[in-house]
Design a protein around this ligand. Sequence first.
Ligand code: BES
Ligand code: MG
Ligand code: ZN
Length: 518
Amino acid sequence: MYSIAVSACTQCFWRPLVDRCNIAAKRLKELFTGLVLGVYEKENGSDATPFTQAAASFDRSVSGKLGETLSISGPPLKKGKCRIFYGLHQDFPSVAVVGLGGKGAGLCGSENWESGRENVRAAVAAGCRQLQELEVAHLEVDPCGDGQSAAEGATLSLFEYDELKSKRKTPPVPRLHGSGDAEAWQKGVLYGEGQNLARRLMEAPANHVTPTVFADTIEQKLAAFSDRVTVHKRPQSWMESEQMGAFLSVSKGSEEPPVFLEVHYTGNPNSSQAPLVLVGKGITFDSGGISLKPASGMDAMRADMGGAATVCSAVITAAALGLPINIVGLAPLCENMPGGKANKPGDVVRAKNGKTIQVDNTDAEGRLILADALCYAHSFKPRALVNAATLTGAMDVALGSAATGVFTNSDWLWDELHKASVATGDRVWRMPLFQHYTKQVTESALADLNNVGKYSRSGGACTAAAFLKEFVTAEHWAHLDIAGVMSNKDEVPYLRKGMSGRPTRTLVELAAALAAGL
Ligand code: BES
Ligand code: MG
Ligand code: ZN
């Protein structure tokens, strides 16, 4: 594992290389390679450093110097922590040793995730970030017993949205190299890149990612798979002919044209199996409309297309992985703005299925655009229908960023989503779809439904879900309220601060499980 394409001058030791060799400084920089190696926590009574396989073999190649230096460098390395050692190996001038916690850490019932995998993601992330600070051009990463998680940790940890800054804060992202199982590594890279795409779309300002730009970006990304993918960017006239009165009532408050994005991935062309249909809320900016939001923090509403971003990124990732499954991805895309034609509190609109909706609060716009998208989704007779939406502030109040709230009419789909989220570490938590909440949205003075619950603040995430349920007849449907997990401060250690792109990997994992018939 320790021979990589950087050994141009391996006879001489690294630092004095500048003086001894004739390589221009710039070229030399291109050769800087960092190495991330894992170490477990010591078990009781054992003296030997519990290195991973790769770390142990590296230690042997430097005659035990890594173990020696590590033990004199301080107390045993804690889980998720990192220490850098210089000059141990001529090919790797800097080596980051990262703490993996206890060996054999597995499923944790109370935490609802695979601790071992989360530990690998967090530890590798810490190592990668510190080595990036040293401006290494290449990074070789120990699989730490789980190449996919190591690749996810590495890929996710290095992402930063700084394309619009003339002076970038962090050094360039090093090229990643996985050692060990190439397939697992590659899978992890694709999972991580999928989530990073969602992060980029969410973080980007709303004047850069308009509905049109969003749809064009997804179309471009899917062009590589044109043999298995079709993309439709439906214009306003199509929405009108589809009688999507609820969606149109939101989009008409803005000058920006709406787009209904529809992508089909045919990964299993010979199957007669119904598709998995994914629907994502695509509000590229949510000002609240006439029920205007307060100014403070409103900028975060550029990420109100997180549902569309995670869903579309999941379809792209499924295509990149070549998953043998058919998926339809749908994203109603528009802005929620207080224009002259915007919804006014008390207005009544008609959704695609004929139901009338009294719009008492124009800031509850996500459920309006999803109502029509969910109606349309049924035309594909989905085997499972999953929608993702940054739908309610109440979801954030309830669970914060710990888990996505899942409202579902199907125990089978719940199990699948739960299993998938345990594997990815995204976590989901089941929420109720009681009639109790349905009553609060079906008692409207002027229409069949009201877009806000009767007791406005109480159970806000649940009344929103009950509202969506009025547009669902599918046997297996799940609504994922991702408002709480939309952004990351420092809760997820392998993601930098900013929009999180969660739960893209869980949607991919779900598709993979359904494809494998698990
Ligand atoms: N996009 C927001 C929900 C949101 C809030 C997402 C914070 C992420 C972080 C949604 O459109 C909204 O404004 N919902 C209202 C609903 C209310 C008016 C019933 C809310 O949660 O306040
Ligand atoms: Mg809103
Ligand atoms: Zn919104």
